[in-house]
Structure formats: C-alpha cells, structure tokens
Design a protein around this ligand. Structure first.
Ligand code: FAD
Length: 393
C-alpha cells in the first residue's frame, strides 16, 4: 500500500477523477480516496449537460472515444411558456458552439476506466478520512480501509469530496468566507426508460411551476418538476409526476409527452453556495466542495471540470518548473467563473420558477424577461453564450 504521493485526492467524483487523470498526463502521481464503492459512483445519476469547453478538454485529454460516439450534440434549447415553444439557437448565436448530452455517470465511468488502465491508485470504500498538516509542506491523509488504519503523506491535498465532504471543514475557522442562498423550491427529478419526446431540452415556465424535459440517450429521458424544497417524494407516485409534467409542458398545438417506466426519482433542493478562498496552505478545494449552483443553468459538473483544469495547470507548474504563482492564484482564477455561473444559474432560476408568495408582480416580470429573451437577439445571445459556456472567464 502506497504511503506517499504527490497529490492526495479526496473524492472520486468528476473533479477528483479528472484531476488525477490530468496530473497523470503531466507525469504527476496521485492517490484517490473515495468513501463509496466503485459501483455506487458509476451509477450515481446527476448532471448530463456538458459545455463545449468541457467536451473539448475531455477529448483533448484522451477521454473522448465513447463521448464522441454516444454523446448527443445539441445546437439549441427551447423555452416554453403560455402554450408556445421558442427556440434559442445556441450554435447560431455563439459562432458554432454547442452543448453535449452525456450523463455524468458516463463521464465517471470513462475516467475510472482510464485511471485504472494507467494503474492508478483509487481506494474505494474508505472511512474516516482525516486531514492534518495542511499548513505544512507535508500534509497527511489518514483513513481506514478494510478495518485497518492508513496514512498517506502528500505534497498537496485536493479536496474534491463534494458539498458534504471533510476537506472544507478541516480549514481553520475564520479563514473561509461562506456565501449561501437557498431558493424557495426544489426539483423532483426522474430518469425514465422512454425515448425523449423532444430533440432538444425544453425549459417550461407554467403557473403551476417550472418543468424541464432533458434526456440522457435516444432511449432514456430525464425530466424534472419544481416542487416545494421539503416535499415528500411519497406524495408523488409515478402517474402523478407524468400528469404534472404533461400539464406544465402542454402546448396549444397539442404536443404530447410520452411516458414510460421510472427508473429512478429523487428531490434536490435548489441552493447557491460559494466559499472564498478555495485554498488554504497545501489544501485546494475543487468542484462541489467549494461551490454549489442551482441546476437550472446545468453548470455544476462543468464548473468542477474548470476548477480541476486550473488546478492541474497549477500543480504542473509547481512540480515541473518549481513556480508557485498559479497555485497562489488558483482561487482567484476560479472564482471569476464561479460567480459568473452563479449569476447565470440564478438568472435562469428566477426567470423560470413559480414563487408561492407571488402576488402577480413577479410573474409579470418573468413574462417580460421571457418575452425579451425570445424576441431580442442580444438577449438570446447573452443566454446562449452563458449556456454553452463562456470560453474565457
Ligand atoms: C443530488 C444531486 C443532483 C444533481 N443534479 C444535477 C443536475 O441534474 N444537473 C446538473 O447540471 N448538475 C447536477 N448536480 C451537480 C453536479 O452533479 C455536481 O456539480 C458534480 O457532481 C460535482 O462533481 P464533484 O466531483 O465536485 O463532486 P461529487 O460528484 O459530489 O463527488 C464527490 C465525491 O467525494 C466522495 N466523498 C464525499 N465525502 C467523502 C469523504 N469524507 N471521504 C472520501 N470521499 C468522500 C463522494 O462519495 C463523491 O464520490 C447534482 C448534484 C447533486 C448532489
């Protein structure tokens, strides 16, 4: 069992795995500690919209074979309200950029396969991960595996352990500033074994609440409806979910939603969260460990990818050239994009969801915003360039 490494990574989600892969391409050693099993992380259904920049990075890093074969390229999305659909032509408005539909769990599978093919060390099902010495030059990760205690001495630690991990909390009190906003709604999401009823994603705003028709493949649909954040999933048998989706997405010209067996369902509250800075001593936070965005902008996974790209560049500069400028600037280099994405995700959320305390005023503003986005090329371009991902922020 290895007891030293250059970068100790906590978490085998997209950020931890991609960081480990990018470091490997630079000849830098890493060890990943993951609390869940391999099967669990490979089957965890979450995001599915990849920005153009994410796809480019994955393809440029030898991770694009299956993505190019099975990913679905989308050149537009639909905003649907008042019984009509309005297409936002993403590619036409952004000089040809697009989004790709490819499930997060597929990205995770590709990354695990690539890492294991390169003999990487990923320890699944570890317990009691503890960080120490993060303000020294030899930070240590302690953990339990197969009933035994282990120690891993590192040059650096990357906290890629999501919003409920341990790394962020090991930073001393008073160092981090936390920004948190809770939206007064959640999403009930289903994965269904039915061909999508649409070729492009549909974002629907309705008096009964928001609905989204997304997809994962030509055979699998992913759909969401806005619910109360503390809603009990038991109140939503499958038939009720399909009926509500049909009502919220109905059009005047009789569009129909195909239903099918529900493979999975769950409720996610919508919130925004950011810590600043994203680093302390030799610990660097990436992905959901440092920030959460409401899913309306489809950005969480893409932001995680951006973070670890920056972090891999910074580690590479340190290990190859001995320079620490990029490490020192890591947080600043990420936070510009983090806040741009928070703003965009908040904009989409506020425009599309129904507020239960609305006396009518907010609804009128939302209609005005939707009509503007769907009638002004400047407003549509702004939405489009944010949705496909700004190349330089
Ligand atoms: C329930 C849910 C639904 C989502 N749905 C969508 C969606 O529909 N659309 C969208 O765009 N985005 C969605 N997101 C956001 C997106 O999936 C995340 O932004 C993305 O997963 C971030 O990747 P990450 O690697 O930073 O974190 P994660 O994917 O959370 O990975 C963190 C990893 O660390 C592991 N870990 C945690 N604690 C420890 C520990 N103490 N020791 C060792 N390992 C640990 C976890 O098991 C996990 O494997 C969703 C997120 C969640 C939580």
């Amino acid at each position: 069992m290895k007891n030293t490494t250059q970068v100790g990574i906590i978490g085998a989600g997209p950020s931890g795995l991609l960081l480990s892969h990018l470091l490997h391409l630079q000849g830098i050693d890493s060890v990943i500690l993951e609390s869940r099993s391999r099967q669990y992380v490979e089957e965890r259904v979450r995001a599915g919209v990849l920005e153009q920049g994410t796809v480019d990075l994955l393809c440029d890093s030898d991770l694009g074979d299956r993505l190019r074969r099975e990913g679905l390229v989308h050149h537009g999305i639909e905003l649907r309200f008042d019984g009509r659909g309005h297409r936002i032509a993403l590619s036409d408005l952004t000089g040809g950029r697009a989004i790709w539909i490819y499930g997060q769990q597929e990205v995770v599978k590709d990354l695990i396969n690539a890492r294991l093919a390169a003999d990487a060390t990923i320890h699944f099902e570890v317990d009691e991960v503890k960080l120490s010495g993060i303000d020294s030059t030899r930070p240590v990760l302690e953990y339990r595996r197969d009933g035994r205690d282990h120690k891993l001495t590192c040059d650096f630690i990357a906290g890629c352990d999501g919003s409920h991990g341990v790394s962020r909390d090991s930073i001393p009190a008073g160092v981090l500033r936390t920004y948190h906003h809770v939206y007064p709604f959640g999403w009930l999401g289903i994965l269904a074994a039915v061909a999508p009823s649409t070729e492009e994603l549909i974002y629907a705003s309705h008096d009964r609440g928001f609905a989204l028709h997304s997809l994962r493949s030509p055979e699998i649909s992913r759909l969401y409806i806005q619910v109360e954040p503390d809603e009990d999933i038991n109140n939503w048998p499958d038939d009720r979910i399909w009926e509500e989706l049909s009502i919220r997405m109905a059009t005047d010209d009789g569009w129909t939603l195909q239903s099918g067996p529900v493979l999975e369902k769950g409720i996610t509250p919508m919130r925004s969260f950011v810590v600043e800075p994203m680093q302390f001593g030799r610990l660097f936070l990436a992905g959901d460990a440092a920030h959460i965005v409401p899913a309306t902008g489809a950005k969480g996974l893409n932001l995680a990818v951006h973070d670890v790209h920056k972090l891999a560049e910074a580690f590479s500069a340190w290990f190859r050239a001995g320079t620490n400028e990029l490490l020192e600037q890591y947080s600043a280099n990420c936070l510009g994009r983090v806040w741009r994405v928070q703003d965009f995700s908040s904009f989409m959320s506020l425009m599309l969801h129904r507020y239960s305390d609305d006396d009518g005023f907010r609804g009128r503003l939302q209609r005005a915003q939707l009509n503007y986005v769907c009638s002004s090329q400047a407003a549509a371009r702004s939405l489009a360039e944010n949705y496909v991902g700004l190349p330089h922020v």
